[in-house]
Every structure is written in C-alpha cells, then in structure tokens.
Design a protein around this ligand. Sequence first.
Ligand code: 5GP
Ligand code: MN
Length: 342
Amino acid sequence: MMNISDQSQVEIFKNYINNTQKIVIVPHNNPDGDALGASLGLYNTLVELGKKVSVISPNEFPDFLNWMHGVNDVLIFDKQQKVATEIIEDSELVIFLDFNALSRIKVMQPLFEKDETPRIMIDHHPFPEAQTAEVQISVPEASSTCELLFHVLSLSGLKSSITTKAAECIYAGIMTDTGSLNYNSSRPQTYHIVAELLEMGIDKENIHQMLFHNNSFDRMRLLGHALGVKMQRLPEQKAAYIDLSKEELQQFNFKPGDTEGFVNQALWIEGVQVSAMFTEKNNMVKISFRSRNGFPANAFSEKYFGGGGHFNAAGGESKLSLEETLKRFKLVLKEFCDENGF
Ligand code: 5GP
Ligand code: MN
C-alpha cells in the first residue's frame, strides 16, 4: 500500500472538501501530463460534487494534452493575471498538485507568498519545502500525483464522484509519468488503480492515441535531428546528452511539449547511466536529467543547476549561454562522477 505518513492529513483534506465551496487547483509551471491530469481529474470530481472550481495554471500547457476534459476552463495565469488573481483571492481552499516548492509555480509564486487561503499540497516529489502548504500529502513512492490523488480520493470516500472524464485525466497522468508503465511502476497498487480506472469506463486506446501517437510532422523531424545529429556521448561518465538551440527549435516550428521525452531516449543507449537535454529558451537554458543504476539525478541537478526532482528524473536551469552551459555540464559531471565513484 501507498504510505501516507500522516493519515490525519487525508481527514483534513476530506473535511476541507466537505466544508468549502470555492476551490482553486494549481499545477506546476509548464504543466506535464501528470500535473494537468491530476488538476483536471480533481476538477471534474469536484464539479461532480457541486463545487465551484477553477484550475489556474502558471503558463500554457502543451497541445498534446488539449483533449483532456475541462481544458477549456483552465485559466492561464501569465495571460489572465487579473481574473485569476481575483478568483484566488475569493477562494476558500487552494490545492497544489504535482509540485513541492513555491518556486515551481514561477509567475504565481509572489501571490502565494502573501495569500492566506488554506492550502493543501498533493505531490510525489521528495523533500517538500515546509512553506509550500500547511497540509502536505507527500508520497514520493507514488508513480505519479495522479495515482496518489486517486488513492486520496478513495480514502476520503469520494471515489463514487470520480466520473469517467475525471478517470481519463487521472489515467493519462499515470501513463505520462511512468512512460506507459515502463518506469516508476513496480508497485502492485499502481495496477490495482489502473484496473479501477478501466472499470470506470475510460477509453484507454483513445487516450494512448491522443498522448503518444498524435505527433506533428515537425516534432518527429525534430526528434530525428536530436537523436541523429545532436546526441553526444561522454563514455567516461557513461553519459549522453542532446542540446537544442533556439534557432534549431525554430527551424522545426517548435511548440511547447515537442521535446517531451527526448531525454529518455538518450538513456536507452547500452551502458549509459545518465542522460541530459539542454533546451535554449529566451533568457535561460532549461535542463532535463534522467538516470539509472543509482545515479541521483535530483542531487546532481540541485548541486549544480539549482533544480531538483525525482531520483531518476530531474530538471534545472542555467543562466549561462547554451555553449557555456554545455562546457560547465561536462566539467561538473566529471567532478560529480569522480567524487561519488560513478
Ligand atoms: P522534466 O525533465 O520532465 O522537465 O522534469 C523531470 C522532473 O524534474 C519533474 O518531476 C520535475 O518536477 C522536476 N523538475 C524539472 N525542472 C525542475 C526545476 O527547474 N526545478 C526543480 N526543483 N525540479 C524540476
Ligand atoms: Mn508528476
């Protein structure tokens, strides 16, 4: 069973849901399938319960998630700041999903540093920061926030309000965070929950189609370029990495989400224990790390790139140029491997 260290927090969640009407749900910046899936899974469930609910995302989500039920009701904070702020100020409860630190909501961070609305966090990232929310339901061994959310709703006696639409969003989050039950998915409970979601009538074939088999021609060509032209190896550190400049992204008509999963593929090389991907943005380089065989991607990212995440999947940022970032990466990776015996 999933270990929720303090069961009383589920009791508090249940009481808050029963006793509030106006609820705001917030996923992390650059929401992925798990963050948006959990947000809309909970949104549809709470709407079913007759609540007045708003999902407010810090910024836009990628197109491959725009089939999710309720996406048209999601407010984008960096575009609709005024109305979103009013809704937050008027709410009775805020639920944070799939993140463990206020810094992960970027443009919304200043607002929540002041806001005093009660907050509940439901998340599966290790080492939550204390000031994120008063009530923290944090279970790092959960495959995904979606899996954890399903468990929390079940324990709260709300399972019967999970509609098929909500179940489809929750299923999508479990699939995107586990690479379709490829990694982070060795606990039987994940499969029990997947079975329950199937019993709720979800259209599994269609969800996989929408999530994974709906790529633009440009995105497939960008993947070809990334793997065929850009991927490099660092044999001594058992590493592989890909970097994509702004110009390259432009050349392939980059849209948010287009590079999702590329970093996993660099880890599929025989003998590679750590992979990295560097994507040049307007004023920084976004970095993703994936690892296996005991290499702590989160500790590495935290130490050198101000980031964090899971043991085998982490991210960070660099303010240096792309070229300088790559130089530094090679240097610090060597240092980290030498120091820690990798
Ligand atoms: P991705 O590489 O898919 O963007 O992120 C992988 C994991 O690392 C996710 O669980 C995500 O929450 C975490 N992560 C990504 N970027 C950052 C970051 O800049 N800071 C922190 N603390 N975590 C990140
Ligand atoms: Mn997640």
